[in-house]
Design a protein around this ligand. Sequence first.
Ligand code: CTP
Ligand code: MN
Ligand code: MN
Length: 457
Amino acid sequence: MGQSRRSFLTRLATSKGFRVLHVLSDEVTHIVSEDNQGSGLWAWLRGCGLKLLPKMHVLDISWFTDSMREGRPVAVEAKHRLQDALPESSPAPPMAAVSPYACQRRTTTENHNKIFTEAFEVLAESCEFSEREGPCLAFRRAASVLKSLPWAVQCLGAARSLPCLGEQTKVIMEEILQHGHSFDVEKVLSDERYQTLKLFTSVFGVGPKTGDKWYRRGLRSLRDILEEPSIQLNRMQKVGFLHYGDISRAVSRAEALALGGIIDGAVGRITRDAVLVLTGGFRRGKEFGHDVDFLLTTPQQGKEEALLLAVLDTLRQQGILLYCDYHPSTFDISKLRIGWYDAMDHYPKGFLIMRLEGSQVEGGLQRDKGDDRGWRAVRVDLVSPPMDRYAFALLGWTGSRQFDRDLRRYARRERRMLVDNHALYDKTKKEFLAAETEKDIFVHLGLEYIEPWQRNA
Ligand code: CTP
Ligand code: MN
Ligand code: MN
Protein backbone atom coordinates (compact mmCIF):
# COMPACT_ATOMS: atom_id res chain seq x y z
CA MET A 1 0.00 0.00 0.00
CA GLY A 2 1.04 3.58 -0.39
CA GLN A 3 3.13 5.43 2.18
CA SER A 4 0.40 7.71 3.54
CA ARG A 5 -2.15 4.91 3.71
CA ARG A 6 0.34 2.83 5.64
CA SER A 7 1.19 5.69 8.04
CA PHE A 8 -2.50 6.19 8.71
CA LEU A 9 -3.13 2.50 9.41
CA THR A 10 0.01 2.28 11.52
CA ARG A 11 -1.11 5.17 13.73
CA LEU A 12 -4.55 3.62 14.07
CA ALA A 13 -3.17 0.22 15.03
CA THR A 14 -0.56 1.65 17.41
CA SER A 15 -3.22 3.70 19.18
CA LYS A 16 -5.05 0.44 19.87
CA GLY A 17 -1.97 -1.21 21.29
CA PHE A 18 -0.90 -3.24 18.26
CA ARG A 19 2.77 -3.55 17.41
CA VAL A 20 3.56 -2.60 13.81
CA LEU A 21 6.93 -3.54 12.33
CA HIS A 22 8.28 -1.89 9.21
CA VAL A 23 10.93 -4.46 8.52
CA LEU A 24 10.02 -8.02 7.68
CA SER A 25 11.62 -10.49 10.06
CA ASP A 26 10.80 -13.74 11.84
CA GLU A 27 9.32 -11.68 14.67
CA VAL A 28 6.30 -10.85 12.53
CA THR A 29 3.12 -12.81 13.27
CA HIS A 30 0.62 -11.26 10.84
CA ILE A 31 1.35 -9.82 7.41
CA VAL A 32 -1.35 -7.48 6.14
CA SER A 33 -1.63 -6.48 2.53
CA GLU A 34 -4.01 -4.40 0.49
CA ASP A 35 -4.70 -4.46 -3.26
CA ASN A 36 -2.20 -7.22 -3.77
CA GLN A 37 -2.30 -10.33 -5.90
CA GLY A 38 -1.84 -13.26 -3.51
CA SER A 39 0.51 -15.11 -5.83
CA GLY A 40 2.83 -12.12 -6.30
CA LEU A 41 3.04 -11.47 -2.57
CA TRP A 42 3.65 -15.13 -1.81
CA ALA A 43 6.38 -15.33 -4.41
CA TRP A 44 8.06 -12.35 -2.79
CA LEU A 45 7.69 -13.70 0.74
CA ARG A 46 9.19 -17.04 -0.25
CA GLY A 47 12.21 -15.19 -1.55
CA CYS A 48 12.74 -13.26 1.70
CA GLY A 49 14.60 -16.06 3.46
CA LEU A 50 12.21 -16.23 6.46
CA LYS A 51 12.46 -19.30 8.66
CA LEU A 52 9.05 -18.88 10.26
CA LEU A 53 7.01 -18.06 7.15
CA PRO A 54 4.92 -21.25 7.51
CA LYS A 55 3.78 -19.98 10.94
CA MET A 56 2.86 -16.47 9.78
CA HIS A 57 -0.60 -15.35 8.81
CA VAL A 58 -0.65 -13.73 5.39
CA LEU A 59 -3.81 -11.67 5.35
CA ASP A 60 -5.99 -9.37 3.44
CA ILE A 61 -6.80 -5.90 4.83
CA SER A 62 -10.21 -7.25 5.96
CA TRP A 63 -8.53 -8.96 8.92
CA PHE A 64 -6.99 -5.63 9.89
CA THR A 65 -10.26 -3.68 9.71
CA ASP A 66 -12.09 -6.41 11.67
CA SER A 67 -9.37 -6.27 14.30
CA MET A 68 -9.49 -2.47 14.53
CA ARG A 69 -13.23 -2.63 15.04
CA GLU A 70 -12.82 -5.17 17.84
CA GLY A 71 -9.76 -3.45 19.31
CA ARG A 72 -7.88 -6.77 19.42
CA PRO A 73 -6.44 -9.23 16.90
CA VAL A 74 -9.46 -11.27 15.78
CA ALA A 75 -9.12 -14.96 15.04
CA VAL A 76 -7.98 -15.60 11.49
CA GLU A 77 -10.73 -17.00 9.29
CA ALA A 78 -10.53 -18.37 5.76
CA LYS A 79 -12.02 -15.17 4.32
CA HIS A 80 -9.09 -13.17 5.73
CA ARG A 81 -6.36 -15.26 4.21
CA LEU A 82 -4.59 -14.07 1.13
CA GLN A 83 -4.67 -17.13 -1.09
CA ASP A 84 -1.60 -18.39 -2.77
CA ALA A 85 -2.08 -19.35 -6.40
CA LEU A 86 -1.01 -22.90 -5.57
CA PRO A 87 -3.48 -25.22 -3.88
CA GLU A 88 -2.48 -26.02 -0.29
CA SER A 89 -2.03 -29.71 -0.90
CA SER A 90 0.58 -29.23 -3.64
CA PRO A 91 4.22 -29.53 -2.62
CA ALA A 92 6.12 -26.36 -1.82
CA PRO A 93 7.17 -24.70 -5.09
CA PRO A 94 10.87 -24.68 -5.89
CA MET A 95 12.63 -21.56 -4.66
CA ALA A 96 14.15 -20.85 -8.07
CA ALA A 97 10.91 -19.81 -9.73
CA VAL A 98 12.76 -17.16 -11.73
CA SER A 99 14.10 -18.51 -15.02
CA PRO A 100 17.79 -18.09 -15.89
CA TYR A 101 16.65 -17.11 -19.42
CA ALA A 102 15.40 -13.58 -20.02
CA CYS A 103 13.01 -14.93 -22.66
CA GLN A 104 11.14 -16.75 -19.87
CA ARG A 105 10.85 -13.67 -17.68
CA ARG A 106 8.50 -10.72 -17.98
CA THR A 107 10.49 -7.52 -17.61
CA THR A 108 8.66 -4.21 -17.84
CA THR A 109 10.27 -0.78 -17.83
CA GLU A 110 9.50 -0.52 -14.13
CA ASN A 111 12.74 -1.45 -12.39
CA HIS A 112 12.47 -2.00 -8.63
CA ASN A 113 16.15 -2.78 -8.22
CA LYS A 114 17.85 0.21 -9.85
CA ILE A 115 20.37 0.58 -7.03
CA PHE A 116 21.82 -2.82 -7.99
CA THR A 117 21.26 -2.86 -11.73
CA GLU A 118 22.91 0.52 -12.26
CA ALA A 119 25.93 -0.68 -10.31
CA PHE A 120 26.14 -3.89 -12.37
CA GLU A 121 25.84 -1.96 -15.60
CA VAL A 122 28.80 0.24 -14.65
CA LEU A 123 30.84 -2.87 -13.87
CA ALA A 124 29.74 -4.58 -17.11
CA GLU A 125 30.78 -1.56 -19.11
CA SER A 126 34.12 -1.39 -17.35
CA CYS A 127 34.71 -5.07 -18.25
CA GLU A 128 33.74 -4.31 -21.83
CA PHE A 129 36.38 -1.58 -21.96
CA SER A 130 39.04 -4.08 -20.94
CA GLU A 131 37.63 -6.87 -23.14
CA ARG A 132 36.79 -9.17 -20.24
CA GLU A 133 33.78 -10.79 -21.84
CA GLY A 134 33.02 -13.43 -19.20
CA PRO A 135 32.59 -11.08 -16.24
CA CYS A 136 30.84 -8.55 -18.50
CA LEU A 137 28.17 -11.08 -19.40
CA ALA A 138 27.86 -12.20 -15.77
CA PHE A 139 27.11 -8.63 -14.62
CA ARG A 140 24.65 -8.13 -17.50
CA ARG A 141 22.81 -11.35 -16.63
CA ALA A 142 22.65 -10.45 -12.94
CA ALA A 143 21.25 -7.00 -13.77
CA SER A 144 18.73 -8.56 -16.11
CA VAL A 145 17.40 -10.99 -13.48
CA LEU A 146 16.99 -8.20 -10.94
CA LYS A 147 15.19 -6.01 -13.49
CA SER A 148 12.54 -8.70 -13.93
CA LEU A 149 11.53 -8.84 -10.26
CA PRO A 150 8.21 -7.18 -9.38
CA TRP A 151 9.68 -6.34 -5.96
CA ALA A 152 12.80 -4.74 -4.52
CA VAL A 153 15.46 -6.95 -2.99
CA GLN A 154 15.82 -5.71 0.57
CA CYS A 155 17.96 -8.41 2.08
CA LEU A 156 20.44 -10.84 0.61
CA GLY A 157 18.24 -13.71 1.76
CA ALA A 158 15.67 -12.62 -0.77
CA ALA A 159 18.23 -12.99 -3.55
CA ARG A 160 19.34 -16.45 -2.43
CA SER A 161 17.03 -18.34 -4.75
CA LEU A 162 17.63 -16.17 -7.82
CA PRO A 163 19.55 -17.51 -10.83
CA CYS A 164 22.57 -15.83 -12.42
CA LEU A 165 23.79 -14.20 -9.20
CA GLY A 166 27.31 -15.38 -8.43
CA GLU A 167 29.41 -14.84 -5.34
CA GLN A 168 30.93 -11.60 -6.62
CA THR A 169 27.59 -10.06 -7.54
CA LYS A 170 26.22 -10.98 -4.11
CA VAL A 171 29.13 -9.33 -2.34
CA ILE A 172 28.37 -6.15 -4.29
CA MET A 173 24.68 -6.34 -3.42
CA GLU A 174 25.54 -6.81 0.25
CA GLU A 175 27.73 -3.69 0.15
CA ILE A 176 24.96 -1.69 -1.47
CA LEU A 177 22.43 -2.89 1.10
CA GLN A 178 24.75 -2.01 3.97
CA HIS A 179 26.44 1.17 2.81
CA GLY A 180 24.20 2.46 0.04
CA HIS A 181 26.97 2.04 -2.53
CA SER A 182 29.60 -0.44 -3.67
CA PHE A 183 33.32 0.23 -3.30
CA ASP A 184 34.11 -1.59 -6.54
CA VAL A 185 31.68 0.62 -8.41
CA GLU A 186 33.04 3.79 -6.78
CA LYS A 187 36.51 2.73 -7.81
CA VAL A 188 35.45 2.24 -11.45
CA LEU A 189 33.54 5.52 -11.55
CA SER A 190 36.56 7.48 -10.36
CA ASP A 191 38.95 5.63 -12.67
CA GLU A 192 40.43 7.91 -15.31
CA ARG A 193 40.51 5.30 -18.04
CA TYR A 194 36.87 4.36 -17.47
CA GLN A 195 35.79 8.00 -17.47
CA THR A 196 37.75 8.76 -20.64
CA LEU A 197 36.55 5.71 -22.56
CA LYS A 198 33.01 6.43 -21.48
CA LEU A 199 33.37 9.95 -22.88
CA PHE A 200 35.05 8.89 -26.13
CA THR A 201 32.58 6.07 -26.88
CA SER A 202 29.72 8.50 -26.38
CA VAL A 203 30.68 9.93 -29.78
CA PHE A 204 28.78 8.30 -32.69
CA GLY A 205 31.24 6.11 -34.60
CA VAL A 206 33.70 5.64 -31.75
CA GLY A 207 33.88 2.14 -30.28
CA PRO A 208 35.93 0.85 -27.32
CA LYS A 209 38.91 -0.01 -29.56
CA THR A 210 39.29 3.49 -31.02
CA GLY A 211 38.54 5.02 -27.62
CA ASP A 212 41.32 2.98 -26.06
CA LYS A 213 43.76 3.88 -28.84
CA TRP A 214 43.15 7.58 -28.17
CA TYR A 215 43.39 7.07 -24.42
CA ARG A 216 46.74 5.34 -24.75
CA ARG A 217 48.01 8.29 -26.77
CA GLY A 218 47.35 10.44 -23.73
CA LEU A 219 44.20 12.16 -25.02
CA ARG A 220 41.64 12.84 -22.32
CA SER A 221 38.95 15.21 -23.61
CA LEU A 222 36.91 15.64 -26.79
CA ARG A 223 38.80 18.87 -27.39
CA ASP A 224 42.11 16.95 -27.17
CA ILE A 225 40.92 14.78 -30.04
CA LEU A 226 39.70 17.61 -32.22
CA GLU A 227 42.95 19.50 -31.67
CA GLU A 228 45.25 16.55 -32.36
CA PRO A 229 46.45 17.06 -35.94
CA SER A 230 47.53 13.45 -36.46
CA ILE A 231 44.04 12.07 -35.85
CA GLN A 232 42.02 11.43 -38.99
CA LEU A 233 38.36 11.13 -38.09
CA ASN A 234 36.25 8.97 -40.40
CA ARG A 235 32.97 10.23 -41.89
CA MET A 236 30.88 8.76 -39.08
CA GLN A 237 33.06 10.25 -36.35
CA LYS A 238 33.09 13.66 -38.04
CA VAL A 239 29.33 13.77 -38.05
CA GLY A 240 29.37 12.35 -34.49
CA PHE A 241 31.36 15.37 -33.30
CA LEU A 242 29.32 17.78 -35.40
CA HIS A 243 26.03 16.72 -33.79
CA TYR A 244 27.51 15.60 -30.47
CA GLY A 245 25.11 17.52 -28.21
CA ASP A 246 22.00 16.40 -30.05
CA ILE A 247 22.96 12.77 -30.46
CA SER A 248 24.03 12.29 -26.87
CA ARG A 249 20.73 13.73 -25.64
CA ALA A 250 17.90 11.23 -25.16
CA VAL A 251 15.16 11.02 -27.79
CA SER A 252 11.62 11.26 -26.43
CA ARG A 253 8.65 9.15 -27.49
CA ALA A 254 7.00 12.27 -28.97
CA GLU A 255 10.10 12.85 -31.10
CA ALA A 256 10.15 9.19 -32.17
CA LEU A 257 6.48 9.38 -33.19
CA ALA A 258 7.09 12.60 -35.12
CA LEU A 259 9.92 10.94 -37.05
CA GLY A 260 7.65 7.97 -37.72
CA GLY A 261 5.12 10.36 -39.24
CA ILE A 262 7.75 12.00 -41.42
CA ILE A 263 9.18 8.71 -42.74
CA ASP A 264 5.65 7.36 -43.22
CA GLY A 265 4.91 10.44 -45.33
CA ALA A 266 7.93 9.71 -47.52
CA VAL A 267 6.86 6.05 -47.87
CA GLY A 268 3.34 7.15 -48.80
CA ARG A 269 4.67 9.09 -51.78
CA ILE A 270 6.28 5.94 -53.16
CA THR A 271 3.83 3.17 -52.47
CA ARG A 272 0.58 2.46 -50.68
CA ASP A 273 1.23 -1.05 -49.53
CA ALA A 274 4.25 -0.73 -47.29
CA VAL A 275 4.47 -1.04 -43.53
CA LEU A 276 6.59 1.10 -41.26
CA VAL A 277 6.85 -0.12 -37.66
CA LEU A 278 8.51 1.46 -34.66
CA THR A 279 10.76 -1.14 -32.99
CA GLY A 280 13.65 -1.03 -30.50
CA GLY A 281 13.15 0.42 -27.05
CA PHE A 282 10.09 2.48 -27.99
CA ARG A 283 8.20 -0.66 -29.02
CA ARG A 284 9.06 -2.03 -25.58
CA GLY A 285 7.30 0.95 -24.02
CA LYS A 286 10.37 3.03 -23.10
CA GLU A 287 9.73 6.79 -22.95
CA PHE A 288 13.27 7.68 -24.01
CA GLY A 289 15.90 6.11 -26.22
CA HIS A 290 19.34 6.78 -27.67
CA ASP A 291 17.95 6.44 -31.20
CA VAL A 292 14.74 5.51 -33.06
CA ASP A 293 14.49 2.10 -34.76
CA PHE A 294 12.13 1.38 -37.65
CA LEU A 295 11.34 -1.66 -39.75
CA LEU A 296 10.11 -1.00 -43.26
CA THR A 297 8.70 -3.73 -45.45
CA THR A 298 6.37 -4.38 -48.36
CA PRO A 299 4.23 -7.39 -49.32
CA GLN A 300 5.91 -7.22 -52.71
CA GLN A 301 8.62 -9.73 -51.93
CA GLY A 302 11.98 -8.65 -53.33
CA LYS A 303 11.04 -4.98 -53.63
CA GLU A 304 12.03 -3.98 -50.12
CA GLU A 305 15.53 -2.76 -50.91
CA ALA A 306 14.34 -0.55 -53.79
CA LEU A 307 11.68 0.84 -51.46
CA LEU A 308 14.22 1.67 -48.77
CA LEU A 309 16.48 3.42 -51.30
CA ALA A 310 13.55 5.42 -52.64
CA VAL A 311 12.54 6.47 -49.11
CA LEU A 312 16.09 7.58 -48.34
CA ASP A 313 16.14 9.58 -51.59
CA THR A 314 12.92 11.32 -50.65
CA LEU A 315 14.26 12.24 -47.22
CA ARG A 316 17.47 13.51 -48.84
CA GLN A 317 15.49 15.69 -51.23
CA GLN A 318 13.56 17.10 -48.29
CA GLY A 319 16.90 18.14 -46.82
CA ILE A 320 16.32 16.24 -43.58
CA LEU A 321 18.82 13.43 -44.07
CA LEU A 322 21.91 14.80 -42.33
CA TYR A 323 23.84 11.54 -42.55
CA CYS A 324 23.28 8.12 -44.09
CA ASP A 325 25.48 5.07 -43.62
CA TYR A 326 23.83 2.68 -46.09
CA HIS A 327 24.37 -1.08 -45.92
CA PRO A 328 23.02 -2.90 -48.97
CA SER A 329 21.39 -6.29 -48.60
CA THR A 330 23.73 -9.25 -48.22
CA PHE A 331 20.78 -11.55 -47.69
CA ASP A 332 20.59 -14.56 -49.98
CA ILE A 333 17.78 -16.96 -49.13
CA SER A 334 19.33 -19.79 -51.13
CA LYS A 335 22.39 -19.57 -48.92
CA LEU A 336 20.41 -19.23 -45.71
CA ARG A 337 22.60 -20.82 -43.10
CA ILE A 338 21.87 -20.11 -39.57
CA GLY A 339 24.44 -18.98 -37.04
CA TRP A 340 25.79 -16.42 -39.49
CA TYR A 341 24.47 -13.62 -37.54
CA ASP A 342 26.56 -12.17 -34.83
CA ALA A 343 26.36 -8.42 -34.45
CA MET A 344 24.78 -7.49 -37.73
CA ASP A 345 22.04 -9.00 -39.86
CA HIS A 346 21.93 -9.14 -43.66
CA TYR A 347 19.02 -6.86 -44.47
CA PRO A 348 19.42 -3.59 -46.34
CA LYS A 349 19.57 -0.83 -43.76
CA GLY A 350 20.55 2.75 -43.12
CA PHE A 351 22.13 4.09 -39.97
CA LEU A 352 20.91 7.67 -40.24
CA ILE A 353 20.97 11.06 -38.64
CA MET A 354 17.83 13.02 -39.34
CA ARG A 355 16.89 16.62 -38.85
CA LEU A 356 13.72 17.04 -36.79
CA GLU A 357 11.87 20.35 -36.59
CA GLY A 358 10.45 21.32 -33.19
CA SER A 359 7.20 22.40 -34.79
CA GLN A 360 6.55 18.79 -35.81
CA VAL A 361 6.86 17.39 -32.30
CA GLU A 362 3.94 17.37 -29.93
CA GLY A 363 5.09 19.24 -26.83
CA GLY A 364 8.32 20.37 -28.54
CA LEU A 365 11.90 19.10 -28.67
CA GLN A 366 14.20 17.72 -26.03
CA ARG A 367 16.89 20.37 -25.94
CA ASP A 368 19.50 22.07 -23.82
CA LYS A 369 18.85 25.35 -22.03
CA GLY A 370 19.57 28.30 -24.24
CA ASP A 371 19.24 26.24 -27.42
CA ASP A 372 16.86 28.14 -29.68
CA ARG A 373 17.63 26.53 -33.05
CA GLY A 374 14.14 25.09 -33.34
CA TRP A 375 15.44 21.72 -34.58
CA ARG A 376 17.62 18.86 -33.46
CA ALA A 377 19.51 15.92 -34.95
CA VAL A 378 18.31 12.40 -34.12
CA ARG A 379 19.91 9.00 -34.75
CA VAL A 380 17.59 6.71 -36.69
CA ASP A 381 17.97 3.05 -37.73
CA LEU A 382 15.87 2.06 -40.75
CA VAL A 383 15.90 -1.63 -41.73
CA SER A 384 14.11 -3.32 -44.62
CA PRO A 385 13.63 -7.10 -44.34
CA PRO A 386 11.67 -9.08 -46.94
CA MET A 387 8.08 -9.77 -45.82
CA ASP A 388 8.63 -13.50 -45.24
CA ARG A 389 11.45 -12.66 -42.81
CA TYR A 390 9.49 -9.90 -41.09
CA ALA A 391 8.62 -11.78 -37.86
CA PHE A 392 12.26 -12.71 -37.23
CA ALA A 393 13.48 -9.20 -37.98
CA LEU A 394 10.81 -7.67 -35.74
CA LEU A 395 11.68 -9.96 -32.84
CA GLY A 396 15.39 -9.21 -33.25
CA TRP A 397 15.06 -5.47 -33.63
CA THR A 398 12.59 -5.11 -30.76
CA GLY A 399 15.22 -6.43 -28.38
CA SER A 400 16.25 -5.87 -25.77
CA ARG A 401 19.75 -7.00 -26.59
CA GLN A 402 19.79 -9.18 -23.48
CA PHE A 403 16.38 -10.64 -24.37
CA ASP A 404 17.64 -11.54 -27.87
CA ARG A 405 20.81 -13.06 -26.46
CA ASP A 406 18.90 -15.28 -24.07
CA LEU A 407 16.40 -16.25 -26.75
CA ARG A 408 19.25 -17.59 -28.86
CA ARG A 409 20.88 -19.26 -25.86
CA TYR A 410 17.58 -20.83 -24.79
CA ALA A 411 16.82 -22.09 -28.31
CA ARG A 412 20.27 -23.63 -28.63
CA ARG A 413 20.59 -25.22 -25.22
CA GLU A 414 17.03 -26.19 -24.39
CA ARG A 415 15.51 -26.90 -27.82
CA ARG A 416 18.42 -27.73 -30.14
CA MET A 417 17.23 -24.88 -32.35
CA LEU A 418 18.99 -21.89 -33.81
CA VAL A 419 17.29 -18.53 -34.06
CA ASP A 420 18.48 -15.16 -35.34
CA ASN A 421 17.14 -12.07 -37.12
CA HIS A 422 16.56 -14.15 -40.30
CA ALA A 423 15.23 -17.58 -39.42
CA LEU A 424 14.61 -20.42 -36.99
CA TYR A 425 16.25 -23.79 -37.58
CA ASP A 426 15.41 -27.08 -35.86
CA LYS A 427 18.60 -29.14 -35.62
CA THR A 428 16.73 -32.32 -34.67
CA LYS A 429 14.36 -32.20 -37.63
CA LYS A 430 17.02 -30.56 -39.80
CA GLU A 431 14.58 -28.02 -41.14
CA PHE A 432 13.70 -24.33 -41.09
CA LEU A 433 10.50 -23.38 -39.29
CA ALA A 434 8.42 -20.65 -40.89
CA ALA A 435 6.84 -17.82 -38.91
CA GLU A 436 4.48 -15.06 -39.89
CA THR A 437 4.27 -13.46 -36.49
CA GLU A 438 6.40 -13.21 -33.37
CA LYS A 439 3.88 -15.49 -31.64
CA ASP A 440 4.67 -18.25 -34.18
CA ILE A 441 8.33 -18.09 -33.16
CA PHE A 442 7.52 -18.36 -29.46
CA VAL A 443 5.24 -21.36 -30.22
CA HIS A 444 7.99 -23.12 -32.23
CA LEU A 445 10.37 -22.58 -29.32
CA GLY A 446 7.85 -23.87 -26.78
CA LEU A 447 7.90 -20.55 -24.97
CA GLU A 448 5.03 -18.62 -23.44
CA TYR A 449 4.47 -15.45 -25.46
CA ILE A 450 6.18 -12.41 -23.95
CA GLU A 451 4.70 -9.07 -25.01
CA PRO A 452 7.13 -6.43 -26.39
CA TRP A 453 6.67 -4.29 -23.26
CA GLN A 454 7.74 -7.30 -21.16
CA ARG A 455 11.05 -7.71 -23.00
CA ASN A 456 13.02 -4.98 -21.21
CA ALA A 457 15.51 -7.54 -19.94
N1 CTP B 1 20.00 -4.70 -33.42
C1 CTP B 1 20.25 -5.65 -34.37
N2 CTP B 1 21.23 -5.42 -35.32
C2 CTP B 1 21.94 -4.27 -35.32
C3 CTP B 1 21.70 -3.30 -34.35
C4 CTP B 1 20.71 -3.55 -33.39
O1 CTP B 1 19.60 -6.68 -34.38
N3 CTP B 1 22.87 -4.07 -36.24
C5 CTP B 1 18.98 -4.97 -32.42
C6 CTP B 1 19.56 -4.98 -31.03
O2 CTP B 1 19.95 -6.28 -30.67
C7 CTP B 1 18.43 -4.49 -30.20
C8 CTP B 1 17.57 -3.68 -31.14
O3 CTP B 1 18.06 -3.93 -32.44
O4 CTP B 1 17.70 -5.57 -29.69
C9 CTP B 1 17.57 -2.21 -30.84
O5 CTP B 1 18.89 -1.76 -30.73
P1 CTP B 1 19.28 -0.37 -30.06
O6 CTP B 1 18.64 0.76 -30.81
O7 CTP B 1 20.77 -0.36 -29.94
O8 CTP B 1 18.74 -0.50 -28.58
P2 CTP B 1 17.34 -0.13 -27.92
O9 CTP B 1 16.92 -1.33 -27.19
O10 CTP B 1 16.40 0.44 -28.93
O11 CTP B 1 17.76 0.97 -26.87
P3 CTP B 1 17.67 2.56 -27.03
O12 CTP B 1 16.31 2.90 -26.56
O13 CTP B 1 18.74 3.13 -26.18
O14 CTP B 1 17.88 2.87 -28.48
MN1 MN C 1 16.98 2.00 -30.20
MN1 MN D 1 19.21 1.25 -32.89
